[in-house]
Ligand binder design. Sequence first.
Ligand code: PMP
Length: 385
Amino acid sequence: MPKKLRLMIPGPTPVPPAVQEAMSRPIMGHRSKEFARISEGLYHKLRQVLQTQNQVFILTSSGTGGMEAAVANTVNPGDKVLVLVTGKFGERWRDLARIYKADVIEMNFGWGNPVDLDAVKTRLDAEPGIRVVLATHNETSTGVVNDIAALGAMLRDRDTLLVVDAVSSLGGIEVRTDAWNVDVLVSASQKALMVPPGLAIISVSPRAWERIEVCRAPRYYFDLPAARKALAKWNTAYTPAVSLFYGLDAALDLILAEGLERVFARHRKLAAATRAAVKALGLELLPPEAAASPVVTAVRSPGGTDADALRKVLADRFGIYFAGGQGELKGRIFRIAHMGYVDEADILCAVATLEVALATLGFDVALGSGTAAAQRVFLEARGEA
Ligand code: PMP
């Protein structure tokens, strides 16, 4: 029998049947009235999930396209841009800003640590004229969540745009775009939003529009004024991924029907159970617990072994896919994603098979100890989420 695929990587994530079904509907013309009608509803739902009154755009690209759109529309050559790096995706912001010829100031907090807010404040005070801050909400490469609310509060009275990568957080961790003062928020379809890869989402504040309108950086496909013109008719500037629009619409229905608070509570609970299990097995988390992500848990390889060997056992034997480490953490950590269409049974399955894999590789593991720890979290949380 072919292996049952159990994806526990931080994107692409499993797709719920209702989303799958929606995507199988016949293609329609993207300039049709019917498509405009679907889009109007879709944008309305997206604004609820982003908790924003700002205009929101859907671009047909992966999340990185959304990041490029953010930089290409807000950063002029020579602009001072502060980049807060906590892992691979912070580095991506830095690389993008460099390519768009910004004067990049990089603050690197190390892989596994969150942004140090006091250090950022000191830097902002010491370095006048910073035009844009590029930050990552959920740093997928390390399983760290950064405090965007605090960053937004810090920038409220400065002439500095806050641009946030919420690619792996939106739909799993609360994102309060307006309350947090986020000028440009970027996300993507294939993570907690439970849709296949192919759509980027980007919101733009009135303050950001002022910059965009006079931005001299070259861009074509990702030109946001062109997207805005098309959006006036609930349309897109270029041919959108029509089926993915149907899928996103269905996924947002699922999220809003469950209720945002419940969705976030479910992710927190799944993360708490995963962390409890990992610790009970004697393994070490990468980030400090206070900054640990509700959507992905990063675990150090036990006893200096190659995490990729462990992942191979899980994939070959059980069809369970955990993610490996990226960049400097390659082979040194593994990451268990619990974002999107994930429930308690998925976590119990992941933990129980992790125990078998550890034992297979010769580790002295008390079988069932991780599973019991996760079970206890679920029993204690009954009725809460
Ligand atoms: N930012 C974060 C935080 C991510 O997790 C990812 C995808 N892993 C990206 C950006 C890039 O998105 P994509 O792979 O869709 O281009």
